[in-house]
Design a protein around this ligand. Structure first.
Ligand code: SF4
Length: 208
């Protein structure tokens, strides 16, 4: 595995931020299974976790007026560094009023940080995108192999329900190719009951 200090990378017109490689899941469809980078980036396996200052320096090395959205995503679960992500997001927003900030998360924020983290998202993130992945706890564990076991599924749903009180947009996501049509409908139902949207995305195959 090749490592680098690739903190920011561009996906289409968005600037992505990579702050940790830690993750509480081992999803079978994870892009990390496909190689060292994504979308032509350098390796997203970090030599070490960057400091807040290094993250801000990397973000501000770009002309932020060119990006409508900054996305905390990376090659890991960004809520392992929730305090740092919130600090960086608020710092960026202070200087760039127009940029929107999204965090892509597996929804384990409360389990990882051992507290109700939802109020901390206010003022930092405009969108929280949570990987729902499956309509049941059992299938979630089969597909995502969470270190928290089946309770991770109910925890992510509870987090989704709470965090929508603090951010403008909350969406659940799932990978189309891992679900049948009945499961997709069940995911839609879950999203509807939570009052959030469901985003179905394509599996990202290994680069050839
Ligand atoms: S939660 Fe995200 S980073 Fe973690 S294994 Fe799953 S797809 Fe990969």
């Amino acid at each position: 595995m090749r490592k680098s200090m690739c903190i920011t990378y561009i996906v289409e017109d968005k600037l992505y931020v990579n702050i940790t490689n830690k993750c509480s899941n081992r999803c079978e469809f994870c892009i990390r299974n496909n190689g060292d980078g994504a979308y032509g980036s350098d390796s997203l396996w970090l030599l070490r976790e960057p400091t807040r200052e290094e993250i801000l320096e990397s973000i501000f090395s770009h002309d932020l007026t060119k990006f409508p959205e900054l996305v905390f995503c990376g090659y890991g679960e960004p809520t392992y560094r929730l305090d740092d992500a919130v600090f960086v997001a608020k710092s960026v927003k202070k200087h760039n009023k127009n940029i929107k900030v999204r965090i892509n998360t597996n929804g384990h924020s409360d389990l990882i940080n051992s507290r109700d983290t939802s109020p901390e998202y206010e003022g930092a993130f405009d969108t929280v995108s949570i990987s729902l992945n499956t309509p049941t706890a059992e299938k979630y564990q089969d597909l995502c192999h969470s270190v928290y076991g089946e309770k991770s599924f109910d925890s992510l749903l509870a987090f989704a329900g709470r965090v929508k009180e603090f951010v403008p947009v909350v969406q659940l996501s799932a990978v189309k190719q891992t679900l049948n049509s009945e499961e997709i409908e069940l995911c839609r139902k879950i999203a509807g009951e939570l009052g959030v949207t469901l985003r179905l995305r394509d599996y990202i195959p290994p680069e050839t």
